[in-house]
Each structure stands twice: as structure tokens, then as C-alpha cells.
Design a protein around this ligand. Structure first.
Ligand SMILES: [Mn+2]
Length: 343
């Protein structure tokens, strides 16, 4: 596909805003309506999380259990907006009959003590009501906190573009009362102060996280598209950037990580484009020279630490192969992260 073809796709993205901005309509009418829609959205997530939490506590036997929360948001991407359509495709692939419901280490995904689902934050419906991003990011964070409210549930967030990691990590850190260590797998450091004027850009989420003090350590792995500004920002925030060009040298260290001691735990953020595009073509930013799927599995399986929450972001179904290969890749990342979280 040519780049011109790609901007045509971008032009067909989601554009719900603007229709509620007539000058002669009282602002309070709109504000009150937005409040009601947001309340209703949070109520459905709260009640689903509450039911699943009560159910697991009644069953007993789970100390920590992954619960899926979809965040279908794509408008903070600097290029394509397809990640807004990812959560249902990932769920479909998790339960695809072509494979069984066991994780590699033998956990059973159909056991609710291992995995539950509280549904999606209705991002498009909220944006359709002309809610701005300051508020939308708060709704995403509130939704994460509603899941964490229900012990033993822990949020496993389905993106969405990478901008969602900022409100999610902020919520996790606020809820736990301190910073976490973050393992961030990505081709890009996503640490620009802002990108094309957008402080909520998917290229800026880790600048917001580091500024907010939500992470003690940030380890970025898989990096192979980084500018001098990205390296400077990394130094400024004390980020540990592991670039692909030295991966063979760093492999042993990265496949034996121990994180989260002395802080509130470990957060894992997986951008699907950390993988080489040979393994995961369905991403917005094709960047050759990445990790193999098994490299990622080795890093995740061998990581020692209490994983308090995680996300899988930047899967773009509009760029996937016709048979949904990258959906299966994203789903397997979610399945293995589920195994990592649940115990
Ligand atoms: Mn990326």
C-alpha cells in the first residue's frame, strides 16, 4: 500500500466530534448530558467488575486474577487510527477454536479464577458526546481503578493506541499509593514531550508517566526507531533503553529480569510493534529488525516480579493479514500475560 493509500484510511477514521458544538445551545445542557453518559459508562464497568470480584471471592483460591478491560481508542495516533478497532478482534482470537484454552505453562483460561472480562470503556460513545481528552483520560483511569477495587481482579488492558498507557499507569500508581517498575516492549520509546502539538499523543505517553512520578524504573526493550530527542528524553528521565542493535549482547540480562521490589509491583506494557513485522504485520508503524515472538515469551516467562497490571496496545486490525495473524499474536500476548498475572 502506498503512503497516499494510508492517509485515505486515516481520513476514514472516527470523527464523531464537532456535531454538538452549536453556538445557541446552552453549554450546561451539553455538560449535564456528558456527565450522565460518563456516569452510565462507569456504572456498567463498576457493576461488571463488582460481580466478577464477588464471584471470585466466593469461589476462593485466587490471590490475583487477570480481568480484561478494553480501551478502543485510536485518535491519539500520529498515523493510523485502526487500533480503535482492536479489542473485539483480540477477544475473538483469544477464544478461537484453532487452539486450546491453556497457556504455555498450563493455566486454564476458561477458569474464571485465571481470567475474567469487564468489557470496554465506551470510548467512541463518550467522544461522540464531545468529551475532551482531559476528561476521557480520567474516565479510562477511573475504569482501571474500578477493576482494582475488586480484589483479586487486576486490569489487563486491551488497546487502543499507546496513549492509553498514561491514564492506565497513573490510575494503577494512584490506586496502589506509589510508583511501579515498568517493562515496556516497543520499537519506539514514546517519550516525546508532545507530538504534533498533542501532549496525549501515543508518542508521548511515557513522558507523561515519568513526569508524574508513576514509575521508579522504566525499562524499554525492542527499541529501533529512536531520534536524538528520544535518547535525550530517555536520559533526562533515567530510562533504561535497550536497543535492538545490542539485543544479542543484552539478551541474557533481559531474559532474567527481576523487577518491582521495594515499589508497588511491576507494570508490563506491550506494543505489538516490539515484534519484528515478520511476526506481527498488523501494526500502524512497520519497523523491521524487531524481537521474535519467542524472544518476547522468554522475557515475559522468566521475569520475576508481582505483575499488578498490563496492557497490549497498537494492534491495528486494518493492517492485519486477511486471516487475522496479528490478532492471534496479540491474543497470545494477552493469554501469556494472563498467566503471568494470575495466581
Ligand atoms: Mn511502537
Amino acid at each position: 500500500m502506498t503512503c497516499r493509500g494510508m492517509s485515505a484510511i486515516r481520513g476514514r477514521g472516527i470523527h464523531y466530534l464537532h456535531t454538538l458544538k452549536a453556538a445557541n445551545v446552552p453549554a450546561e445542557l451539553i455538560k449535564n448530558g456528558q456527565d450522565r453518559v460518563i456516569d452510565a459508562s462507569l456504572t456498567l464497568i463498576r457493576e461488571r467488575a463488582k460481580l466478577k470480584g464477588e464471584f471470585l471471592r466466593a469461589l476462593g483460591g485466587a490471590k490475583a486474577s487477570a480481568s480484561l478491560l478494553g480501551v478502543p481508542l485510536g485518535h491519539n495516533s500520529s498515523f493510523l487510527q485502526g487500533p480503535a478497532f482492536a479489542p473485539p478482534r483480540i477477544r475473538e482470537a483469544i477464544w478461537c477454536g484453532s487452539t486450546n484454552s491453556s497457556t504455555e505453562g498450563g493455566k486454564e483460561l476458561k477458569d474464571p479464577r485465571v481470567l475474567t472480562d469487564v468489557g470496554d470503556v465506551p470510548v467512541q460513545e463518550i467522544r461522540d458526546c464531545a468529551v475532551d481528552d482531559d476528561r476521557l483520560m480520567n474516565v479510562i483511569g477511573e475504569s482501571v481503578k474500578l477493576v482494582m477495587e475488586e480484589d483479586p481482579l487486576r486490569p489487563l488492558v486491551l488497546g487502543g493506541d499507546h496513549s492509553i498507557s498514561f491514564p492506565v499507569v497513573r490510575a494503577v500508581s494512584e490506586k496502589l499509593g506509589g510508583p511501579v517498575d515498568i517493562l515496556h516492549l516497543d520499537a519506539h520509546p514514546d517519550i516525546y514531550h508532545s507530538f504534533e502539538g498533542n501532549i496525549y499523543s501515543h508518542a508521548s505517553s511515557f513522558a507523561r508517566i515519568m513526569e508524574g512520578g508513576y514509575a521508579r524504573r522504566l525499562l524499554q526493550v525492542g527499541i529501533r526507531s529512536i531520534t536524538s530527542a528520544g535518547r535525550e528524553q530517555g536520559k533526562r528521565f533515567g530510562v533504561e533503553q535497550y536497543e535492538m542493535r545490542t539485543f544479542s549482547r543484552d539478551r541474557h540480562l533481559l531474559e532474567n529480569l527481576k523487577l518491582g521490589e521495594g515499589v508497588k509491583g511491576v507494570y508490563i506494557s506491550v506494543d505489538v510493534d516490539c515484534l519484528d513485522p515478520a511476526f506481527a504485520p498488523g501494526v500502524s508503524h512497520i519497523e523491521p529488525g524487531g524481537l521474535s515472538f519467542r524472544d518476547v515469551m522468554n522475557i515475559l516467562h522468566n521475569l520475576q516480579g508481582d505483575v499488578v497490571a498490563a496492557d497490549v496496545v497498537e494492534f491495528n486490525p486494518q493492517r492485519d493479514t486477511v486471516d487475522g495473524m496479528t490478532a492471534m499474536v496479540a491474543a497470545k500476548l494477552v493469554r501469556e500475560l494472563t498467566a503471568k498475572i494470575s495466581r
